[in-house]
Structure formats: structure tokens, C-alpha cells
Design a protein around this ligand. Structure first.
Ligand SMILES: [Zn+2]
Length: 286
């Protein structure tokens, strides 16, 4: 179910009743109908006396709650507010701040911050499970100060490594931008050690075709990757007003997440919903 074409008001109205939210989350968890996580039985009795429904397996009596295993497990915030937050984050035209979210969905700043933090954690987990592979290109870049001719790093400069997998047609099909924290504060040179760490963490082990450029003035510069880093920086500055350095990595991952899905024509709302409400299968419960 893709609602990404809707305006915020249309989406809000679509999920104005708790029942519609329950139906949506139930469908995401159990797209082919209830399946008991313990014994895989297909029938459940629904208890509606609680704030959220509870599904009791008709065979083994295991009780599955609607929100267990989802992003909202343990949360007391209403379902529709979570769905609105996911919808807002999934929009490609703008980013979402905790201040903006708190006023749009009527929660405290702290709650809005926690909701966004959880959504961004899902995005970061998804990225961790997708290493770069095939033909990979890596380039250094800088977030922060637009131009600094010095060989030393300015305190407002943050070093980045932009990595991209390319298809056979040489088109970038998966992108990662990682914040590189060097041990020496003024250092502006990304060493072999940082490259080694990036390769180990973000590139599939047996990848042979890896091109790396780390010089800022070298003629070998990979301009498309520099341009992507510039777009990411602009988006962070526009949305978070440059205050994002503490959470810089989360914002970079969010930028790449939207871009990667858009490149592959995948609905961000659908994909994000799948991350937040994963399908419930059979697993062993101790
Ligand atoms: Zn059961």
C-alpha cells in the first residue's frame, strides 16, 4: 500500500481513525493474514479490551501484540502519530526536524526527537546490511566550511568518504557517505587506515574493482561523487541549519537512503514502512 502520492493533509485524514492504523500495521506484519510466531497456526482470537488489540493463537494460546517487533514497541504514542512521522520522513522534497515534527503531530520535542531517532536507526541498520559491491568508487569530500585553502582542517570541516557502486552502464546504483573522524583534530588527510576501515565496514569482502581518490586537488577527481557530497551538505544545511554535526552520520545516511531508493524507483514510504513494521514469521520463542 503506497500512500506517498498523498499530501500531508490527505494522509492525516486517511489515518485519522485508530482502526485504519491498526489495519495498516496488521497488514504490514501479516500480509497474508495472522500467523502465530510460535506454532505458525493461522487463526487468532482478537482481544480488544486493551488500548491496542492482542492476538491470541487459536492453537497454542500464544499472545502476539500488534506492535511487538515493530518500531513502536513499548511506545505510548498513538499509532497515527507514528505513521505521520514515517510519512513525513519518507517525503523526498524536504527533511524533518524534531521541532517541525513535534508541532505537526502534537507531541513534545523529546517524543518527536525519539521517534525520529528510531526511524533513523532503522535507516542506518538497513544501510549496514547493504555493503557496496561490483564496481566501487570512493572519493573524499568535506562537509562544513565551503572553501578552506589551508592544508590544516578547520574546526568546522568534517571529512567524508563518498562510496558508490556502479552498474555495467557506469551509473551509480548505491551510495554511501560516511563521516571520517581522524585521531588528530587538525589533520586533513585521509590515511590508508581510514580507507581500510571503510572498505572493511562498507564494501563486500570479495570486491576487486575499487577505485579510491582521496586528494582534494588531484586531476583524478571523481566529480559526480564530489557533486553528491555537495548536494548532501546543502540538504543538511537547509534542513538542520548546519547544526547537525553531532548527528551528522544519521543525516548523511538518511540523505543516501532517499537517494538510493529514488534512483531505483522504489517508494520510500513503502520501504520505510517495511523497515518499521517487519513481517512477522515463525521464530522460536524461549
Ligand atoms: Zn500458536
Amino acid at each position: 500500500m503506497d500512500f506517498s502520492h498523498m499530501s500531508f493533509e490527505q494522509f492525516k485524514s486517511r489515518f485519522s481513525s485508530e482502526d485504519h492504523c491498526i489495519q495498516y500495521i496488521f497488514h504490514m506484519k501479516w500480509p497474508k493474514g495472522f500467523i502465530c510466531p510460535r506454532c505458525s497456526h493461522r487463526h487468532a482470537y482478537t482481544t480488544k479490551t486493551r488500548r491496542l488489540p492482542l492476538y491470541e493463537c487459536g492453537q497454542c494460546r500464544y499472545q502476539a501484540s500488534l506492535t511487538s517487533g515493530t518500531i513502536m514497541e513499548g511506545s505510548r504514542t498513538e499509532l497515527y502519530k507514528w505513521l505521520l512521522a514515517i510519512f513525513l520522513v519518507s517525503r523526498t522534497d524536504e527533511g524533518t526536524t524534531a521541532t517541525g515534527l513535534s508541532s505537526l503531530i502534537q507531541v513534545t520535542y523529546k517524543t518527536a526527537w525519539l521517534i525520529l531517532h528510531k526511524i533513523r536507526s532503522m535507516i542506518q541498520n538497513s544501510d549496514t546490511q547493504n555493503p557496496l559491491s561490483g564496481s566501487v568508487r570512493i572519493h573524499s569530500a568535506i562537509y562544513g566550511r565551503p572553501f578552506n585553502p589551508s592544508v590544516h582542517r578547520h574546526p568546522q570541516e568534517h571529512l567524508l568518504l563518498v562510496g558508490s557502486s556502479s552498474s555495467e552502464a557506469n551509473e551509480s546504483n548505491y551510495l554511501k557517505i560516511k563521516h571520517v573522524q581522524l585521531p588528530t583534530p587538525k589533520d586533513r588527510h585521509i590515511s590508508r587506515n581510514e580507507i581500510h576501515i571503510f572498505r572493511k565496514q562498507h564494501i563486500e569482502t570479495d570486491t576487486q574493482n575499487v577505485e579510491i581518490v582521496t586528494g582534494f586537488y588531484t586531476p583524478k577527481r571523481l566529480r559526480p561523487l564530489i557533486e553528491i557530497a555537495r548536494q548532501a551538505s546543502n540538504w543538511i544545511n537547509h534542513t538542520f541549519h548546519g547544526l547537525g554535526t553531532k548527528h551528522l552520520q544519521a543525516y548523511l545516511d538518511e540523505f543516501c537512503y532517499r537517494r538510493n531508493l529514488t534512483t531505483r524507483n522504489i517508494s520510500i514510504f513503502v520501504h520505510l514502512s517495511q523497515l518499521c513494521f517487519p513481517k512477522t514469521g515463525v521464530h522460536i520463542i524461549i
